[in-house]
Design a protein around this ligand. Structure first.
Ligand code: 23J
Ligand code: MN
Length: 259
């Protein structure tokens, strides 16, 4: 099949529903939980706020529009390599300079729901990834790897979502293994890509430190990972083209084959 025929087949499959578009994005509003870091780590990111410019009124008779106060790392968002000190000297490491081809990639989804239900501090290890590969095949170069935890329904309550800093994520050896596999990035359902306890890992925050060091990416606060197959879906995740952006809220979509 030619590339043109492949793309046309995708368009037909989207129209018929044979390929479904699954939204992996959480609502973005004032209630969106944001990361809370203890004071010794410095400043925190503010909550989302929408300010009104006009609402079909004297400030603009025929139109409604607003302006936002919005952290780069708020809600469902993308981590660019410039976000972490380990990635700060990489060329083209900000959201405005990343190659657009990186924004469409296949995804491997590792189901950790049972482990996380038993222990909110569960960390996925390289051994866990290898067990997944034994069942589903090797993780291909250029794929996203998403940790499914069924954590996302908690995002309606910041207290439950942040859970006092007890949230699941990857181990150091897990991220080292995935970097070796040359994945495009790591995604999590929690407020950040790392586990809540990852400040105590060595190095701290491995999904940030080791992924971004290698020019790979992160996706945080993903939803609907339970609607994805372990392999075979295609993710579209394109951050805003913020000049010198270290990350960006974004709409994340998955194309999922239904047959
Ligand atoms: C800054 C410091 C620690 C973390 C984070 C940001 C994130 O999770 C983020 O949104 O990138 S853990
Ligand atoms: Mn982030």
């Amino acid at each position: 099949m030619s590339a043109a025929e492949s793309l046309s087949a995708v368009a037909s499959a989207l129209a018929s529903g044979a390929i479904e578009v699954v939204d992996l994005t959480a609502p973005l509003g004032p209630e969106t939980p944001v990361l809370y870091l203890p004071p010794e780590f410095g400043r925190n990111t503010p909550a989302f706020k929408m300010n009104e410019i006009s609402a079909y009124d004297s400030n603009g008779p025929w139109w409604a529009w607003g302006w936002m106060e919005l952290g780069e790392h708020t809600g469902t968002h993308f981590d660019a390599p410039a976000h972490w000190i380990s990635g700060k000297d990489r060329p083209d490491n900000t959201t405005d300079k990343l190659p657009a081809k990186d924004f469409v990639a296949p995804v491997c989804v590792i189901d950790c729901t049972n482990e996380v239900a038993a222990d909110p501090d569960f960390v996925l290890t390289a051994e866990g990834v290898k067990a997944w590969e034994a069942e589903h095949g090797a993780i291909p170069e250029g794929a996203w790897v998403f940790m499914r935890s069924d954590w996302y329904p908690r995002n309606k309550s910041a207290e439950s979502f942040l859970n006092g800093g007890h949230t699941p994520g990857p181990s150091v050896d897990c991220i080292r293994y995935l970097v070796e596999k040359k994945i495009i990035g790591w995604g999590n359902e929690c407020v950040g890509t790392d586990a809540g306890m990852a400040h105590s890992f060595d190095p701290p925050f491995p999904a940030h430190h080791l992924m971004l060091e290698e020019g790979r990416y992160g996706l945080a606060s993903l939803v609907n990972l339970d609607k994805l197959p372990p392999t075979g879906a295609l993710v579209v995740a394109a951050p805003l083209k913020i000049v010198n952006g270290t990350g960006s809220p974004l709409r994340v979509l998955a194309l999922v084959p239904k047959n």
